[in-house]
Ligand binder design. Structure first.
Ligand SMILES: [Zn+2]
Length: 267
């Protein structure tokens, strides 16, 4: 038990697309799993509207199917016990199937009875409307549990990290000339985030986080700056993951997540 202090605990992560889990908090999910927690991922869509790094990866045009399999591989790398992929329309997660998506999250909360829930913050990492939709649905779903609701945590990324990764990729002669990630400007990541209150040191889990990201081959071609960084660089820039407890839950007891974290000084 000593090396699995979180045995018997469950953490539910709710995200929008295959790869969100690895990019946003893959290190934390792997660290939780290694500590014995059962990690469950609920992914709202199959990511069928995403980019394709290499058309040869999707010979039959079924990007949804390919990305679902990529997610299963990444989940195995991270130690995720259950990765559930829902079939909501990529790109319309905020508006379509609102009731159904809500009910699926509520059902997962009842089925798994998590000790903590992780999702996007209000900013959706970079104002991605699907991410914001997942934030809204998860908040509302957790709220239905009232006083018995598990603590809900919002994950964010510090602004500037993606810029450093893009610059490192360019220094090696790689990635797109516009330094974008999937067409997104690096400084958009974390730009509007409410400051996090604690961080989790995942430097020792960075190799797994990188390996999980690279399972998402359709998203991680040579145009993506992340494909160009080495393990030392990843440890430096992706070795901490940042969270804040949702104001929804008024309990003060430290959760499984906070137990792994260190406070972030507010500036
Ligand atoms: Zn996403």
């Amino acid at each position: 038990m000593a090396d699995r202090p979180l045995a018997g605990r469950t953490v539910l992560a709710v995200f929008a697309h295959p790869d969100d889990e690895s990019l946003a908090c893959g290190g934390t999910l792997a660290r939780l799993a290694d500590a014995g927690a059962r990690v469950v991922l609920l992914c709202g869509s199959r990511g069928e509207s995403g980019s394709i790094s290499d058309l040869a990866l999707v010979p039959d045009g079924d990007l949804a199917g390919v990305r679902t399999r990529e997610l299963a591989e990444a989940a195995a790398v991270l130690g995720i016990a259950d990765a559930i992929v829902l079939d909501h329309p990529d790109g319309d997660l905020r508006w379509d199937d609102v009731t159904e998506f809500h009910e699926e999250i509520v059902a997962a909360l009842h089925q798994y009875r998590p000790d903590a829930v992780i999702t996007f913050a209000e900013d959706g990492l970079y104002w991605h409307l699907d991410h914001i939709g997942v934030h809204e649905r998860t908040y509302t779903a957790v709220k239905t549990l009232g006083a018995g609701a598990p603590p809900l945590f919002y994950v964010t990324m510090p602004k500037g990290v993606m810029r450093k990764i893009a610059e490192a990729a360019h220094a090696k002669g790689g990635a797109l000339p516009d330094a974008s990630f999937w067409g997104i400007e690096p400084d958009a990541f974390g730009d509007a985030a409410i400051p996090p209150t604690f961080s989790i040191d995942v430097r020792d889990w960075v190799p797994r986080k990188l390996a999980a990201l690279r399972c998402h081959r359709t998203q991680m071609g040579p145009n993506n700056p992340i494909a160009w960084i080495d393990e030392d660089e990843a440890r430096r820039w992706l070795g901490s993951e940042y969270f804040r407890r949702s104001p929804l839950e008024s309990g003060t007891a430290e959760s499984v997540l906070e137990q792994l974290g260190e406070p972030v000084a507010s500036s």
